[in-house]
Design a protein around this ligand. Sequence first.
Ligand SMILES: Cc1cc2nc3c(=O)[nH]c(=O)nc-3n(C[C@H](O)[C@H](O)[C@H](O)COP(=O)(O)OP(=O)(O)OC[C@H]3O[C@@H](n4cnc5c(N)ncnc54)[C@H](O)[C@@H]3O)c2cc1C
Length: 495
Amino acid sequence: MPQPILIVGAGPVGLTLAVELTRFGVPVRIVDRAAVRTDKSKALVLWSRSLELMDRTGETSAFLAAGMRSGGANILAKGRQLGRVSFTTEGTPYPFALMIPQSETERLLEEHLAARGVTVGRQVELIRFTPGADGVEAVLRGVDGSEETVQAPWMIGCDGAHSAVRHGLGMAFEGDTLPSQWVLADVHLKGLPTAPDELALFWHADGVLALFPISPGRYRMIADIGETSDGTARPDPTLEEVQDLLDRRGQPGMVASDPIWLAGFRINERKVKSYSAGRVFLAGDAAHIHSPAGGQGMNTGMQDAFNLAWKLALVVQGKAAAEPLLESYSIERSAVGDIVLSNAGRMTAVATLRGSAKQTLRNLMASLVLHVPAIRRVMGRTLSELTIAYPQSPLTVPGGRHSGGPAAGDRMPPRPGEPPIGAGDTPRFALFAEASPEATELLARYGALMEATPRAPIAPGAMWLVRPDGYVALVAKAGEWAEIEGYLGRLVAKG
Ligand SMILES: Cc1cc2nc3c(=O)[nH]c(=O)nc-3n(C[C@H](O)[C@H](O)[C@H](O)COP(=O)(O)OP(=O)(O)OC[C@H]3O[C@@H](n4cnc5c(N)ncnc54)[C@H](O)[C@@H]3O)c2cc1C
């Protein structure tokens, strides 16, 4: 039995990674310094792409049962609706945003992990570590203060924004803390002007007020309240202050009650340059943090984990060479992190714009732009993370495209009635091609990496080779077996 991979941090990202690696039969040890899971609602949304990826472990149904579906977001200013972005995107089994508090997401992931026989080692803190050529020596401290030294072949820092793993690697968390202070309230709310299951953003002269449904009658309110004169953090808001913000920036008749969580926060926009160093990886908030605008933080982190798990599993189990698989993790996910940071930053800047002339122009532009269906569609698809793609990856054969299906690097949309690509107890690529003796022979030869039979082609005249996380590795003309063969050969070639 190989030594377990060490996962530091059992937030949504560490738990997702542990579930995925365990599913593939890779031994893991997951530790968290906290005594209990968070009870805070924090990240509220699971987007379509995350739900698709969770489908491969059969988890999605439990999340759907525990969450609430939201169909869109409304932008309002001066008592009128400037526009609405729909989350009912096409081409996915999950055409909605699933509203679910992070505390519930973590509970379901932890239960799912426990059902696979792995429990989180709580009140165990990573103190320091020494990276080596073949693994990592990590020192963990238990609740009684005792220290334990463990050897792990790989270590993944899923330990959040103040990551001890990132610090230990000496990696800079480059970026800024924005000067503006924010108020957060998790409250019960009555009298909303929009559909109760939709998001509402009020663009007001004083700043933005955003409302996110959590469960029937329960909402998250956030609002920017400007800078404090001395830059110090202001105390947590009271319910009266929350009501005052609703009265001034929202629409008449909204009443908040029964607060569950009232807090102040500031926005950091930071990211590491590289998500890996030798046998140590970073994922989630340890690698990237940004504005909550767009609700992408946790989803992006969970998708870091989905991206890394199948690659590590293939390497650990000796089914594929370490490179280019493992180097592709940082290249792919860092590029996604850059896009997410930039989009969230832009959304925040637009929503918090100051100055009456600029705000008038913004509102006018927004109402024009949001009336163009194609633009609304792009916005909805971007939020749902269905547009994430890896065109520049070393795992993508450039230039591959066919008018009948996705290009190399793009997501392969799930087809109704077919099992999700990458489901099962080992990571497997899928080949979309006509059945033929050549296909049978190739799939048998690369049986450790490939699904046993081809899936029906997407369009005549072409073949699609799709990675276990559902992204297209290459598109080839039908019959060009050498392309597929060459790709798989490079994956397994050692040294
Ligand atoms: C107010 C708020 C609102 C948010 N809203 C959204 C949203 O709407 N949508 C969205 O996608 N994201 C949102 N986020 C961001 C989201 O909460 C984070 O992106 C998410 O929690 C990141 O998950 P993670 O697993 O990377 O890190 P974390 O959730 O921070 O988990 C890290 C874990 O590591 C543990 N740990 C830390 N150091 C050590 C150590 N040395 N040893 C052992 N364990 C350690 C911690 O105890 C913790 O459990 C929000 C965040 C906040 C604070």
